[in-house]
Design a protein around this ligand. Structure first.
Ligand code: TXA
Ligand code: MG
Length: 343
């Protein structure tokens, strides 16, 4: 029997019932699919860590339907009020001090005095929180250290039976994990770039620090310590050509991408676009028209696809480091860096 259920009213009610009994449910959000549990149930939250193989020092985001509900779990300040009014519901996670009297499981904070809170916009996520009548703790619904899922099929491939039940609500429209901002200090700190871009935040904040470089010595977000978003096939970033045995993750026009080697013929000499020279299974384009939003939405799905193609490596074309490109490049560098360090 398949674990994937269309998110009908009836199946949402079933999923809520399952969570009320301490079970796990993979749910769609606008960013990526999450592996959800009742955030107030210690055993249920503990089982998220077990299902993902996630180290217990890595805290988990808790999802609410509104700012008012989130404010019962954490202490809002001026910056949090402002960003919530601008970007919620949506792909922004805020780190704030936990309230002493909150019934959110301490496991969600992994020993920190803070809690990450988010208010998703995906209607299925919102309906599920409403049906459960509790906030939902949910990291991305993938085995720890692998790519985040943007479809129910990705969840199934990564977690199998460990996902419990998978509610299907289409492809995640954003396609990258939420922007994470630490608002516990005087100056907000961007810990993970996402669809709410640095430029978006700068427009509304006097000052914001950036702390998400892959090489940062003491990351504030425990998850940043980990190998992340790694496909099995090595990535070659900022590629200007495609080598023999490689797949291509393109962005924009491939007119000037050289294609070398026996397998595809000495195409560089033949000239022409990589798009027309590579076999279709070796070619994915994040966005032919060079649109960063479209590229973000396609990123994990195309990486999943090329990763399954048995290539020696994946050549990734350069992506501009502005706006949403910052988040896309962050995920790509992490994926490439993780492989380098894990050997
Ligand atoms: O878009 C998203 O954020 C998705 C969907 C399901 O909401 N969730 C997600 O969760 O990406 P996860 O666990 O894969 O990534 C959460 C990141 C991790 O890097 C974690 O270390 C960090 O947020 N984080 C969570 N709580 C934190 C806290 N209290 N302080 C600092 N970092 C925290
Ligand atoms: Mg994750």
């Amino acid at each position: 029997m398949s674990l994937i259920f269309e998110a009908t009213e009836e199946n949402i009610a079933k999923a809520a019932e399952r969570m009320r009994n301490g079970g796990l449910v993979a749910l769609p959000t606008e960013t990526v699919y999450g592996l959800g549990a009742d955030a107030t149930n210690d055993r249920a939250v503990a089982s998220i860590f077990a299902a993902k193989g996630r180290p217990s020092f890595n805290p988990v985001i808790v999802h609410f339907r509104s700012k008012e509900e989130a404010a019962e779990a954490v202490v809002f300040n001026y910056h949090a009020e402002l960003l919530a009014s601008l970007f919620w519901p949506g792909p922004l996670t805020m780190i704030l001090p936990r309230r002493a009297d909150t019934d959110i499981s301490k496991l969600c904070s992994a020993g920190l005095p803070t809690l990450a809170v988010r208010c998703p916009s995906h209607p299925v996520a919102r309906k599920l929180i409403k049906a459960l009548q509790k906030p939902i703790a949910a990291p991305s619904a993938n085995a720890s250290g692998s790519l985040s899922p943007t479809t129910p099929q990705h969840v199934l491939l990564s977690l199998g039976g460990n996902a419990g039940m998978i509610l299907a609500g289409g492809k995640s429209s954003v396609g990258l994990e939420s922007t994470v901002v630490d608002l516990t200090g005087d100056v907000p700190v961007l810990l993970r770039p996402g669809a709410v871009t640095l430029e978006d935040l700068q427009q509304h904040l006097d000052e914001i620090l950036v702390e998400f470089s892959v090489t940062s010595e003491k990351p504030k977000s425990p998850g940043q310590l980990l190998k992340h978003y790694a496909p099995k096939t090595p990535l070659r970033l900022k590629a200007v050509d495609v080598k023999p045995g490689e797949g291509l993750l393109a962005f924009g026009s491939t007119k000037f991408m050289g294609v070398a080697g026996d397998k595809f013929g000495s195409a560089a000499e033949r000239g022409g676009a990589a798009k027309d020279l590579l076999p279709p299974e070796a070619y994915q384009n994040l966005s032919e028209k060079g649109d960063l939003e479209e590229a973000a939405a396609h990123l994990f799905g195309m990486l999943h696809y090329l990763d399954a193609g048995g290539f020696e490596s994946i050549a990734v074309m350069d992506i501009p480091d502005t706006g949403l490109g910052v988040a896309i490049n962050d995920r790509l560098r992490r994926a490439a860096g993780a492989q380098k360090h894990s050997g």
